[in-house]
Design a protein around this ligand. Structure first.
Ligand code: PA5
Length: 455
């Protein structure tokens, strides 16, 4: 079976939604030289190792270490894996968990989870939630993976302090190394010092490095995403193969053959030429919905920039929005069809679900339900999707589609890799620094200062 994901931008083109809202061949042709120049820059930056997300999947040694550590910790039979982290340090794991684990993973018996621990991702500092998590995941039965690239994020450090205190009180500090794994900046003289290093030293913790040239939101294929994935029994080789397959498809500059560049071009032109300042990601499977969340951070933090690379004030960036089909047909589609035509809608679809669910031929006294009797929920979902696509076209709303043959580690990795490359190209088209986040850093500093720490 062909496991390549498919990209279809035909519904974002003028032939589908008219010239006012759809991208024309002439617009794409005109953009091609800029895409080719940007490709050359991205390739140079990649070769020079300026940005490392492209090649994370090739780091066999890192994957071997992650797998070995996960196998070692798995022997201890933890009930729970708790990830402490925020933003780029957590959204990848949430996306992978939602896509690749059973929808009710945490409610299954250990056998039903094939021995894998339950997953709790603590990506906020809501005291009620965190306290309840600590009750549900007591230290004795839990492995906590604290993830912070900078190793100084207040939210994550406060979580860690609560966990360390609980372990010390319940199990003693000697047990820390069996219950806490650290993922942070590498120990290099040119790396900003991470506050997690002295913690790891003090307690002799297992530690993974996030490469210096990989930003948080581009780090899902580093130990940030891959150690939790290994602990949860995900197929890391299939993930690596998915990245490799998409890397290969994104190798040249031609908009006709490079799916990530084509998608970037469509999004960019939709924004600057057609006024589509909102980029909706509409997932048509619950398992894909958290990818929309991950994409929201990637697109927002990478492209939402005040200054261009030339120092001009540009206030660039589309606003990413997430939505779920069929649920949001009953919440958002009214706006998407009849409200301002300021959105490019990106669907995230799967041709096949893991399960087929037949609708039984029951309630026979109700003639109006005949069309559902004996059909399947799968068929109904496909019809809802098709109905939405066609309805959006009728209202001249552009749609760009990502279609998975099915949801698995190989196809999901392709999607994540595609969106990373797309974002890198989009940043070049907007002429902004894709890889920094001055707006986030500023807020972190202010909050630290307000707490009486160093600003
Ligand atoms: O993409 C990014 O760099 C940010 O969103 C970070 O991931 C987020 O702020 C968390 O930072 P850290 O991993 O340093 O704790």
């Amino acid at each position: 079976m062909n496991l390549d994901i498919r990209i279809d931008v035909s519904r974002a083109r003028d032939a589908a939604v008219g010239r006012e809202h759809g991208i024309t061949r002439a617009e794409l042709d005109k953009l091609q030289p800029r895409v080719s120049d940007a490709h050359a820059i991205l390739q140079r930056e990649r070769a020079e190792g300026q940005y490392g997300f492209w090649d994370l999947y090739k780091q066999s040694g890192v994957f071997d270490d992650v797998k070995a550590a996960a196998a070692r910790f798995a022997q201890k039979g933890y009930d729970n894996l708790v990830v402490l982290g925020i933003g780029g340090s957590s959204l990848g794991t949430i996306a992978l968990g939602a896509a690749l684990l059973s929808p009710y993973h945490n409610l299954l018996s250990k056998g039903g989870r094939k021995g894998a621990p339950r997953l709790f991702v603590m990506d906020n500092i809501d005291p009620t939630v965190f306290r309840e998590m600590m009750r549900i995941c007591p230290p004795k039965k839990t492995l906590y993976n604290v993830i912070s690239k900078s190793g100084g994020t207040a939210e994550t450090m406060s979580q860690l302090m609560i966990v360390v205190d609980a372990i010390e009180k319940k199990l003693g500090s000697g047990a820390m190394k069996d219950h806490v794994v650290v993922t942070t900046n590498p120990r290099r003289s040119d790396a900003p010092p991470s506050l997690l290093h002295p913690v790891a030293d003090e307690y002799g913790l297992t530690e993974f490095a996030v490469p210096l040239n990989v930003g948080g939101r581009f780090s899902v294929f580093s130990p940030v995403g891959m150690f939790p994935a290994a602990m949860l029994g995900m197929d890391l080789d299939a993930i690596r193969n998915g990245c490799a397959a998409m890397d290969q498809r994104c190798a040249d500059a031609d908009l006709k053959s490079n799916p990530a560049y084509l998608r970037a071009a469509i999004q960019y032109l939709a924004d600057v030429n057609k006024g589509k300042s909102i980029s909706v990601m509409l997932a048509y499977a619950n398992g894909l919905y958290s990818i929309a969340d991950w994409y929201r951070q990637l697109w927002a933090e990478s492209l939402g920039k005040r200054y261009s690379l030339d120092g001009e004030e540009v206030f660039a960036g589309q606003t990413p929005v997430k939505a779920l089909g069929a649920t949001d047909q009953h919440s958002q589609i009214q706006l998407y069809r009849e409200g301002p035509n300021d959105k490019l809608i990106n669907t995230l679809e799967t041709r096949k679900f893991a399960r087929t669910l037949r609708i039984p031929p029951t309630l026979t006294s109700i003639a109006q339900l005949e069309y559902l009797r004996g059909a399947s929920m799968n068929k109904l979902m496909a019809a809802e999707l098709q109905g939405t696509l066609d309805a959006l076209r009728l209202s001249q709303r552009p749609v760009s589609r990502i279609i998975l043959p099915q949801i698995n580690a190989h196809t999901v990795a392709q999607v994540l890799y595609l969106l990373e490359v797309e974002t890198a190209m989009a940043g070049r088209l907007y002429n902004v620094n894709t890889f920094d986040q001055p707006g986030v850093e500023e807020g972190k500093k202010i909050a630290r200062k307000l707490m009486g720490g160093e600003g």
